[in-house]
Design a protein around this ligand. Structure first.
Ligand code: HEM
Length: 293
């Protein structure tokens, strides 16, 4: 039976690293994928394949596509390479570094390592703004039905789709706001994480309230703070059985529904975005048979 990559449903780890690859030697892709199957357990190493790779294999994964162009004032989101995305989950930076070196060596020259972003858990699961992240995530069976393709889909059951977006925080803008102004951006109180009834319509949790969409738009967020030098932000990662919920939320955040832009943009901006398909596991290995159809 196919099961999801377990790392998707588990809580976020203390340390992580995101690797993003571009296509290398096209004649070696299938060999590269074979190596990937040998090295990936789906728990400590979660993998997603992008549309560029699927197209290069002349395959189709129904529901997979490229990250949408988002046009909104002041927004410049680059498409990150949509070939191969690897989320290394762990407890030790050293172990993660060595694991990522092994993967990069084994996957070359079929895949070329393009981007590395180190990430970590901050203050038991807060965004670097200080706000708790993940409070309204579905749990248990609801998490599975939000994030994982169900058994009704014979080809893709157990797999998932992931939207990734790297957000860069502007800490000067954040700290220039009073705590009350910051609370109004999020719609929850920093002090106790309580949702604010009187939050403005632009508050992030009002923009993204999952039950407020028709149909409801639930995702499983597994975002983690990232840092490089003195810069940092959130590596937003949302798993879904489709991309519908993520797109509905993002549309409303940028004001496409009603002209109201999410107040979160006052202190953070998305830099890049990409979509991937996360294959299921069969007998402990990635099930890549949907690529052969
Ligand atoms: C830097 C970027 C972002 C930050 C700092 C951020 C932070 C937060 C925080 C603090 C919460 C409240 C606690 C919680 O329920 O998790 C929240 C909720 C949420 N966020 Fe974000 N978020 C970001 C980007 C996004 C994006 C891009 C999306 C989707 C397109 C999104 C979707 C959601 C959803 C669905 C909720 C729960 C809403 C509900 O049902 O109450 N977030 N976010």
């Amino acid at each position: 039976m196919n099961i999801p990559q377990p790392g998707i449903l588990l809580p976020v780890p203390n340390q992580a690293r995101y690797l993003s690859f571009s296509l290398g030697d096209p004649s070696l892709i299938r060999q590269g994928l074979h190596m990937l199957r040998e090295l990936v357990d789906g728990e400590y190493t979660v993998v997603g394949l992008g549309q560029t790779l699927v197209s290069a294999l002349d395959a189709t994964i129904p529901g997979l596509k490229s990250f949408p162009m988002i046009t909104a004032p002041g927004l410049a989101i680059e498409n990150a390479p949509e070939v191969l995305w690897i989320w290394l989950r762990g407890e030790e930076r050293g172990e993660i570094l060595l694991r990522s070196q092994r993967l990069a060596r084994a996957l070359a020259p079929a895949f070329q390592l393009k981007e590395i972003w180190d990430a970590f858990k901050y203050a038991e699961g807060r965004d670097l703004s200080g706000y708790e992240d993940g409070t309204e995530n579905p749990t248990g069976d609801e998490a599975t039905s939000a994030a994982i393709v169900g058994t009704g889909n014979q080809t893709l059951a157990g797999s998932s789709f992931v939207a990734t977006q790297r957000w860069l925080h502007n800490f000067d803008s954040l700290t220039s706001m009073s705590e009350n102004e910051q609370d109004n951006c999020i719609g929850r109180r920093l002090a106790d994480n309580e949702e604010m009834d009187d939050a403005p319509e632009s508050a992030h949790v009002k923009r993204t309230a999952q039950e407020s969409f028709t149909p409801e738009a639930f995702v499983l967020r597994r975002s983690m703070p990232w840092a490089e030098g003195n810069n940092g932000g959130l590596m937003f990662v949302a798993f879904g059985a489709t991309f519908y919920a993520f797109e509905a939320q993002l549309q409303r955040m940028v004001g496409a529904d009603d002209g109201i832009v999410d107040a979160i943009f006052k202190f953070t901006q998305p830099v890049s975005g990409a979509y991937f398909w996360c294959p299921a596991l069969k007998n402990g290995k990635l099930d890549l048979t949907p690529l052969a159809r």
